[in-house]
Design a protein around this ligand. Structure first.
Ligand SMILES: Cc1cc2nc3c(=O)[nH]c(=O)nc-3n(C[C@H](O)[C@H](O)[C@H](O)COP(=O)(O)O)c2cc1C
Length: 204
C-alpha cells in the first residue's frame, strides 16, 4: 500500500474504503476529483489508497495457478487483495489513456482473474464474500466520451464476480482545455456521500 489516509475510526461501525488510483499525477486532474471525493468522509470510514503508478503491479501472466488454488502465483498484490476483500467500498480513480485504463491500473484489474478462476474453475460461490459498493472517478483530455464508456463496461464486467455493485460515476472530460471544474469536484463529493451514506444525499 502506498498511502493510508484518514483513520480515526470508531470500532462499532467502521467501514473500509479502498481506492485504486490510476494516475501518475497525485495532484493532477484525477487526483483533484479524488481529493474532493475523500476529504469530507466521516471518521468511521477508513480509507486506503493503492497508487498503481508507485506500486508497479505485475501483469497477469495467465500461469494457471488460480485455476487450481485460491490466490495468485505472484505475491505483490497480496495486501491489495486482502484490503479489497475486507472493503465495503471500492473506488477506481483514473485518467483515460487511449480510450481505456492506463497500464498500471489495468494490470490490477487483470489480476482480479484469480476470482474469476475461483468462481468458474473451482466452483467457489461467491469468490469474494463481502459485498461492496463501487464508484468510478474518471478524467479525459478531449471531449470524446468513448473512453469513459469502455472503462465503465470493463469495470462492470469485473464486478460481476467481485460481489461489487457500481453505485455511480463522475466523468470529467475536456481537461486538456480547462482544469477540472468546481462542478465536477462537487459531483465527486456528492457521489462519496451517496456511496458511504454520509452527509448531503442529493444526486446530480
Ligand atoms: C498516454 C496518454 C493517453 C491519453 N489518451 C487519451 C484518450 O484516449 N482520450 C482523451 O480524451 N484523453 C487522453 N489523454 C489525456 C488524459 O486522459 C487527461 O489529460 C487526463 O485528465 C489526465 O489526468 P491526470 O491529470 O490525473 O493524469 C491521454 C493522456 C496520455 C498521457
Amino acid at each position: 500500500m502506498s498511502a493510508s489516509i484518514a483513520t480515526n475510526a470508531t470500532s462499532f461501525e467502521e467501514k473500509e474504503l479502498l481506492v485504486l488510483f490510476g494516475s501518475p499525477h497525485p495532484n493532477g486532474n484525477t487526483g483533484k476529483l479524488l481529493h474532493s471525493f475523500l476529504d469530507e468522509l466521516p471518521d468511521h470510514v477508513k480509507v486506503t489508497v493503492y497508487d498503481a503508478y508507485k506500486q508497479h503491479p505485475m501483469p497477469c501472466i495467465d500461469c494457471g495457478y488460480c485455476t487450481k488454488k485460491q490466490g495468485c502465483s505472484q505475491r505483490d498484490l497480496d495486501a491489495f487483495m486482502e484490503a479489497f476483500e475486507r472493503a465495503d467500498f471500492f473506488v477506481v480513480a483514473s485518467p483515460v489513456y487511449y480510450n481505456a485504463l492506463p497500464a498500471p491500473p489495468k494490470a490490477v484489474i487483470d489480476r482480479f482473474q484469480r476470482y474469476f478462476s475461483a468462481r468458474f474453475s473451482m466452483g467457489i460461490r461467491p469468490p469474494v464474500k463481502k459485498p461492496k459498493q463501487a464508484a468510478l472517478l474518471l478524467t479525459c483530455g478531449s471531449q470524446e466520451v468513448a473512453g469513459f464508456a469502455a472503462i465503465r463496461s470493463q469495470m462492470e464486467m469485473a464486478f460481476t464476480v467481485l460481489n461489487t455493485t457500481l453505485i455511480g460515476c463522475v466523468f470529467e472530460k475536456d481537461t486538456d482545455r480547462a482544469p477540472v471544474e468546481k462542478a465536477a469536484l462537487l459531483r465527486a463529493k456528492r457521489l462519496s456521500y451517496k456511496l458511504t451514506g454520509a452527509g448531503d444525499t442529493n444526486d446530480d
